[in-house]
Design a protein around this ligand. Structure first.
Ligand SMILES: Cc1ncc(Cn2c(C)c(CCOP(=O)(O)OP(=O)(O)O)sc2=O)c(N)n1
Ligand SMILES: [Mg+2]
Length: 568
């Protein structure tokens, strides 16, 4: 009888875990601490993989890239206030890049925060998060946890994906309720990212514009990579015969050595094309906002495929807006070109191929140079070969020269294998992305890092060793940001953009039981990376690069304001 009266209870801790598991969330990336330490332990005990980091920004980046790779929201779990703030850069970056991610942070009690009475780590986190993410929710009652997790998942994945903040005040976790009622309060999200079909009229209008083209071009963005509509996109491009230009995280959707790839003739096709079909690519700074000398003076017509209607006309007039999810739109376009479509004239394709040949020829000369110390091109020549031999490997990339040059030199052969700084150009994504990619895919990860870029998340080499992840970090060590040659004109300090000269980052990995290698030639670099890829052991390769080799801000130096006033 006692047992009968002993009501089965559940609590906030268990309801959060049950709600995540019910929605197939199998991994949490975070940093433990008050008030969520036990939540992490209990989630781990209930079979959720909990990956603990050294800084919340890196945990957030891992969750964000998990979202990009799986289309399920990556979950980042942090403590209140400072931990929450550390996760915000990753949440904002996920939202800017349209990666589905949920930042769950413990928080202070509402009554104390609202009266500003000075709680432990007191902060009005919900208000602070709102402007930086796609949606933000707070839960005060255990019975609402199920619906809140469902709302967060749907907000992160539906329409244009993005970052969502879920605020859980400390008292929520220990709130108890009837177990049966608790189970009934949970919600399994049905169809979190519903297909959004284009209107037939929009397809007809787009085809009319496309048929008017003499020199059509398709630009595929990371939205096209995210969509996982790889076959539809490939068959549309190959059936239409229209050349394509991949943005950096769309590289590999079709192999970079595909006959219709215009990657090696980028400036020519942007300038000379007359109709441009954008698929999951926004006309933002990465495409010079669709105007100016990059795009030549000939009039251009844009057809834009995007799930977000507000994206249309954001920078230039869109002649044929195609609003919908990329899979549905491309399928409809393929259907529409089945009749009455003529592939672009041979002279357009030939002109592109001629330009490609010249540019690839020039590039290969630079890659073969075996200079000592290495410069960016000789080092990248070795890594280009590695990816060609190991198309399955995931390439993470950040830096300035290290990023801009690698993007053009290292060809990709499979979708969603190149993960980089994306829309925001933010440094610090490296180790978080590498860990997230390794955890989610189990594939070997090659992280090609500028020495400055690496420094933003470098402490996570310990995390990589702790989980024994197949991550090989190659640091292009040119002793600084952009170059290693800056000096202080007063002679007092080092220059503002240089680091300790000839430092040995490889020793950092050895400190935690990983493999450290120091290399000075392309052959040594290739051998060390091959060994790391074969062994799957956490490895850090310190690749010495000529400190004078780089250019300020890589390819985007023009964005830096310069003073015209010369001090007397
Ligand atoms: C968070 C953050 N801080 C600072 C910058 C500015 N920045 C910084 C600091 C870069 C690092 C370049 O140095 P590197 O060593 O990583 O690469 P290279 O020396 O090969 O150019 S690239 C860049 O835009 C940034 N983009 N993001
Ligand atoms: Mg550098």
């Amino acid at each position: 009888a006692a047992a009968e009266t002993e009501q089965e209870l559940t609590d906030g801790f268990h309801l959060v875990i049950d709600a995540l598991k019910l929605n197939d969330i199998d991994t949490i990336y975070g940093v433990p601490g008050i008030p969520i330490t036990d939540l992490g332990r209990m989630a781990q005990a209930e079979g959720i993989r909990v990956v603990s980091f050294r800084h919340e920004q890196n945990a957030g980046n891992a969750a964000a890239i998990a979202g990009f790779l799986t289309k399920k929201p990556g979950v980042c779990l942090t403590v209140s206030a400072p931990g929450f703030l550390n996760g915000l850069t990753a949440l904002a970056n996920a939202t800017t890049n349209c990666f589905p991610m949920i930042l769950i942070s413990g928080s202070s009690e509402r009554e104390i925060v609202d009266l500003q009475q000075g709680d432990y780590e007191e902060m009005d986190q919900l208000a602070i998060a709102k402007p930086l993410c796609k949606a933000a929710f707070r839960v005060l009652h255990a019975a609402d946890i199920g619906i809140a997790v469902a709302r967060a998942i749907r907000a992160a994945c539906s329409g244009r994906p993005g970052g969502v903040y879920l605020d859980l005040p400390a008292k929520l976790f220990s709130q108890v309720m009837d177990a049966d009622a608790g189970a009934k309060s949970l919600v399994k999200v049905i169809d979190p990212a519903p297909a959004q079909l284009p209107s037939p009229a929009a397809i007809t209008r787009a085809l009319d514009v496309l048929k008017s083209a003499k020199k059509p071009l398709i630009i595929i963005g990371k939205g096209a990579a995210y969509a996982q509509a790889d076959d539809e996109i490939r068959s549309f491009i190959e059936t239409s015969g229209i050349p394509f230009l991949p943005m950096s995280m769309a590289k590999g959707l079709l192999p970079d050595n595909h006959p219709l790839s215009a990657g090696a003739a980028r400036s020519t096709v942007l300038k000379d094309s007359d109709v441009v079909l954008l698929i999951g690519a926004r006309l933002n700074w990465l495409l010079s906002h669709g105007k100016g000398k990059t795009w030549g003076d000939a009039p251009k017509k844009f057809i834009q495929v995007d799930i977000e209607p507000k994206e249309m006309d954001s920078n230039v007039e869109i002649a044929a807006p195609l609003v919908g999810d990329i899979g549905s739109v491309v399928e409809a376009l393929s259907e529409a070109i089945k009749t009455g479509w003529k592939a672009p004239a041979a002279e357009w394709i030939d002109a592109i191929n001629a330009r490609k040949e010249v540019n690839i020829g020039k590039m290969s000369q630079r890659l073969l140079k075996n200079s000592t110390p290495m410069d960016f091109h000789s080092a990248l020549g070795a890594l280009k070969q590695v990816i060609k031999e190991r198309p399955d490997a995931i390439l993470v990339n950040e830096g300035a020269n290290t990023l801009d040059l690698a993007r053009g030199v290292i060809d990709m052969y499979q979708p969603r294998k190149r993960l980089d700084v994306g829309t925001w150009g933010v440094m610090g994504i490296g180790m978080g992305f590498a860990i997230g990619a390794a955890v989610e895919t189990g594939k070997p990860v090659l992280a090609v890092e500028g020495d400055s870029a690496f420094g933003f998340s470098g402490m996570e080499v310990e995390t990589i060793c702790r989980y024994n992840l197949p991550v090989c970090v190659v640091i292009f060590n040119n002793n600084g940001i952009y170059r290693g040659t800056d000096t202080d004109p007063t002679g007092r300090d080092p220059g503002t953009t240089v680091f300790v000269a000839d430092s040995r980052y490889d020793k950092m990995m050895e400190a935690f039981g990983g493999v450290g290698v120091h290399v000075t030639t392309p052959d040594e670099l290739k051998r060390a990376v091959d060994e790391a890829m074969d062994s799957g052991k956490p490895t850090l390769i310190n690749a010495v690069i000529d400190p004078a080799a780089g250019s300020e801000s890589g390819n985007i130096g023009s964005l830096n304001p310069q003073s015209v006033v010369k001090k007397k």
